[in-house]
Design a protein around this ligand. Structure first.
Ligand code: FES
Length: 107
């Protein structure tokens, strides 16, 4: 089961496991990770699940495409490695994935 490491703006880290096939957002919500509100429930319409993928993992995770890319254009705190975590589906090869929660969260 892949583990995701969530890094808060103050540097605090917490690691949580979730089954492959679940999203990073599912993992965050199921474990009460602060900063991931996921108001649309994974519908790729709210951007309240925004996080920045650690540079070491970005190539493996991949860049946002389509609607996700368009929503990120208007997401406060967006950075080059930003993703909507509801659109990152966990795989076994993403075990240890590190994502950073932005200090500026929308809405
Ligand atoms: S949960 Fe709304 S965009 Fe990801």
């Amino acid at each position: 089961m892949p583990t995701v490491v969530f890094v808060q703006p103050d540097g605090r880290r917490e690691a949580h496991a979730a089954p492959a096939g679940h999203t990073v957002m599912d993992c965050a919500v199921d474990n009460g990770v602060a900063g991931i509100r996921a108001q649309c429930g994974g519908g790729c319409t709210c951007s309240t699940c925004h996080a920045v993928v650690d540079a070491r993992w970005f190539a493996q995770v991949g860049a946002a495409q389509g609607d996700e890319h368009d929503i990120l254009e208007f997401t406060p705190g967006r950075e080059g490695h930003s993703r909507l975590t509801c659109q990152i589906v966990l795989r076994d090869d993403l075990d240890g994935l590190i994502v950073h929660l932005p200090s500026l969260s929308p809405g």
